[in-house]
Design a protein around this ligand. Structure first.
Ligand SMILES: [Mg+2]
Length: 136
């Protein structure tokens, strides 16, 4: 699958890349603006992303803003909900309100840092992106 990791903190980005590299090409972005540009390019090229793991607190455009912008872009491109990219927010923001806002804005999953392989793979499995975690 085609994956993008959106994270301004390099160690966190490296860690996610390490966890996800086995599942496909991982593109990297360090803020929401870069992510949005890459998402639009991929859509225009007819090769959209399958999964985006995205931080919230980032410079230029934060993850919440990027999340909403990506969903608007999908609507603009007439992408069906069933074909839309799966977006997992991966963030230190752990308040119930933050989580609710993110789901209201269109994410599929929410992981509170520190991220672990187990937490991440459990979400990927729940979203139907990978097979049983034990078989990996
Ligand atoms: Mg950050």
């Amino acid at each position: 699958m085609k994956i993008m990791i959106v994270e301004d903190d390099v160690p966190s980005r490296d860690l996610l890349q390490l966890f996800l590299a086995d599942f496909g090409q991982c593109d990297l972005a360090s803020n929401g603006r870069q992510a949005l540009d890459a998402v639009e390019k991929a859509m225009d090229a007819g090769n959209p992303y399958d999964l985006i793991c995205m931080d919230i607190m980032m410079p230029e455009m934060d993850g919440m803003e990027a999340l909403r912008a990506i969903r608007r872009l999908e609507i603009k491109h007439f992408i069906k909900e069933s074909d839309s990219v799966k977006i997992i927010m991966v963030t230190a923001k752990g308040q119930a309100g933050d989580v609710m806002d993110a789901f209201d804005s269109g994410c599929e999953a929410y992981i509170i840092k520190p991220v672990s392989k187990e937490k991440l793979y459990a979400q990927l499995e729940e979203l139907g992106l990978i097979a049983q975690p034990d078989s990996i």
